[in-house]
Design a protein around this ligand. Structure first.
Ligand SMILES: [Zn+2]
Length: 660
């Protein structure tokens, strides 16, 4: 038997006795956390190259480019339609990285000159533009950007698949590399309302991209133009193209419990055996789409498609509606698919908040494993991540240096600690319907937009229900997202008769950041005839607990289901515990002063209570049968009284009681 009950802090006592176990309301007290973290002194790289880019709001872009799979060479034009958001805008500023060269720029059809300074291109208007007005800029350009390498893929790459030998030209713009291949505004918070991506390639090739393929138009000279249309808002770095001699492996899927269907479109290398190797995993994308739609809300881009385009990268990139994927592995498919909700539908509003993307996509892997491979496989995944997090003492999820791409995409922090933090959030709320409602609420409230860690915390607070009443989300998010370190627990315990005494001491790996964590901690108590798991809220450096366990206790295990990023220094039985002071320490009286009764809690079983007045006359006495006893006060006159508690072991403690 393994029964889980919630133990509330303070004076109450959990009695583990099978069917009589009571569910207590979650009482998670705030701890005093020292060391307000680094967020105040962070080095932040602006997401845009020039502040003037924020003076317009991009409504639409159209890429009309000629490309191939033999080089990164691009020729073509990009049209941007935008609305002026500040009065008197004097120029259109966009980003484009040399060696790309702007050949000509048209504003509303009229040719304009362009001033190039590094990656910033400024096109002065003839007359300033008023706030609210629209303009359309068309930039004709060409060039051969430096290709990414297998170990450093960014911007645009022309590489050969090591396994299948196909040459592929593909883009990967996250976080700052859209400007490597198209003239753009690299702003996370200004999502592009809709886009068309037209790419002309030799007719032996196909082009995968965002949204729906509208047409493949013959252009003469052995060329075809792939015309993709994305009508959902999209952030600059998710616009992508992938060009190779693909085979289109497409089918329709049906959403569970609905007649709605959706295209699942996969561009796999045109090799005879490729589907033999990958078909079952590609096909299982449907089950994953339904799983995540069930958990997070309907797949956000369901009126278009989902799918994959193969490219030689050592993982995947969650390009909106069509992930660019190096290889088909179910966990990787799950990660990139999870991103369609966390990253694509709701994008991190700043690179400091990358966990909004990567923590949840990594947790999607866990959810996939839990559903389709079983709890043991999911737990093994989580334990691996926890071990990776704890391979070093510190590391803050909230990114302190967004100029450093390795820091933004730190596997240990943004991915693994991110997934662990999401898992611990689920543990802390201890209520899956609340947890998944929070995720669904997040997806709905922030749909096609952006969000931060602080936004998520505030949403959790605002969605608080009676079931999770009292949870200090601000403390939780502070400790795990904005601060660093993890708790190290040491436990001493003893059993005296049916009374179990437990003292949990806590240190942390970075005490300057978090002196002690405030977390619910599961404790599995074991005996020869079965185990039970009890949840304690541990929110002090040192805490004593007392509960009744009727079986002879063999030992205990902390966090038996591996919810926490924590380490256990030692667990030992201390035969001296529970005899004297400790059990006395556990006793508490409330309210005091009282008018109806005083509740005395934390009593070792068999304790005797004697109430005397100030003159020493015995007014009332009782031998306690359970952990809590009510001492009647109603019939007493107001004044001071003395309560003496004597245990069977001979210890005693007195309390001054005040009758109002
Ligand atoms: Zn990811």
């Amino acid at each position: 038997m393994n029964k889980k009950i919630i133990f509330s802090l303070g004076l109450s006592i959990a009695v583990i006795c099978g069917a009589n176990a009571q569910q207590h309301a979650h009482d998670w007290k705030c701890s005093t956390v020292k060391g307000r973290v680094a967020q105040m002194r962070n080095a932040a790289k602006p997401t845009i190259a020039h502040p003037d880019e924020d003076k317009y709001d991009v409504k639409y872009v159209k890429l009309d480019l000629e490309m191939n799979n033999t080089s990164t060479t691009i020729t073509g034009n990009v049209t941007t339609t935008a609305q002026v958001v500040e009065p008197g805008l004097t120029s259109y500023v966009f980003e484009m990285l040399p060696p790309l060269v702007a050949d000509s720029v048209f504003i509303d059809g009229v040719t304009h000159s362009v001033i190039v300074s590094g990656d910033t291109c400024t096109v002065p208007f003839v007359t300033p533009r008023s706030a609210g007005s629209m303009f359309t800029a068309q930039v004709f350009y060409h060039g051969t950007p430096v290709s990414g390498t297998p170990s450093d893929i960014h911007g645009i790459s022309n590489l050969q698949s090591p396994s299948w030998r196909n040459w592929v030209t593909f883009t990967l713009s996250e976080p700052y590399s859209a400007k490597d291949w198209w003239p753009c505004k690299q702003s996370l918070t200004d999502k592009i309302d809709s886009a068309d991506i037209w790419i002309t390639v030799p007719d032996s090739l196909k082009v995968g991209s965002n949204g729906l393929l509208q047409a493949v138009t013959p252009m003469g000279g052995g060329r075809n133009r792939f015309e993709w249309k994305e009508r959902y808002p999209i952030v600059y770095y998710l616009i992508s193209v992938s060009i190779a001699d693909y085979r289109d492996y497409s089918f329709y899927m049906r959403f569970t419990g609905s007649t709605d269907s959706m295209l699942v479109q996969n561009y796999v290398y045109d090799r005879p055996t490729i589907l033999t190797f990958n078909k079952s995993i590609i096909d299982s994308t449907v089950q994953q789409l339904n799983l995540f739609s069930d958990l997070f809300g309907r797949y956000p881009f369901w009126k278009e498609k989902y799918g994959h385009a193969m490219a030689p990268l050592s993982g995947g990139m969650e390009h909106q509606t069509m992930t660019t994927l190096g290889f088909f592995q179910s966990w990787l498919v799950a990660h990139e698919l999870g991103h369609q909700w966390f990253g694509d539908n709701v994008t991190c509003a700043s690179w400091k908040d990358i966990v909004i993307n990567e923590g949840f996509a990594s947790y999607s892997e866990y959810l996939y494993l839990d559903k389709f491979r079983g709890r043991a496989a999911a737990t093994a995944d989580m334990v691996d991540r926890q071990a990776n997090v704890m391979s070093q003492p510190g590391g803050v999820i909230y990114v302190d240096d967004t100029a450093n791409e390795d820091r933004i995409f730190s596997n240990r922090i943004s991915y693994d600690k991110g997934a662990c933090a999401v898992h611990m959030l689920r543990h802390v709320v201890n209520n899956d319907s609340f947890f998944f409602n929070l995720l669904k609420g997040w997806q709905h409230a922030k749909r096609f937009g952006t969000g931060t860690i602080a936004d998520l915390r505030d949403m959790a607070i605002s969605m608080m229900t009676p079931e999770v009443n009292g949870i200090k989300f601000d403390t939780f998010f502070h400790q795990w997202f904005y601060a660093e370190g993890f708790p190290i627990y040491s436990v001493k315990w003893n059993q005296v008769g049916t009374d179990v005494y437990m003292k949990i001491d806590q240190t942390t790996t970075v005490p300057g950041s978090v002196r002690y964590f405030s977390m619910p901690l599961d404790v599995q108590v074991s005996s020869a005839s079965g185990d039970s798991t009890v949840r304690f809220v541990v929110d002090k450096p040192s805490q004593s607990f007392h509960f009744i366990w009727k079986k002879p206790m063999l030992g205990l295990t902390l966090d038996p289901n591996n919810w926490l990023v924590d380490s256990v220094q030692n667990i030992m039985r201390d035969m001296t515990m529970g005899i004297n002071e400790l059990e006395m320490e556990m006793i508490g009286v409330a309210p005091n002063p009282a008018s109806a009764s005083w509740d005395v809690a934390g009593l070792p079983s068999g304790s005797t209570l004697i109430l005397t007045d100030i003159a020493g006359r015995v007014i009332w006495q009782q031998q306690s049968a359970s952990g809590t006893v009510s001492v009647p006060a109603q019939s007493l006159s107001s004044g001071l009284y003395l309560l003496r508690v004597n245990t069977l072991q001979g210890a005693g403690r007195s309390f001054k009681l005040v009758r109002e």
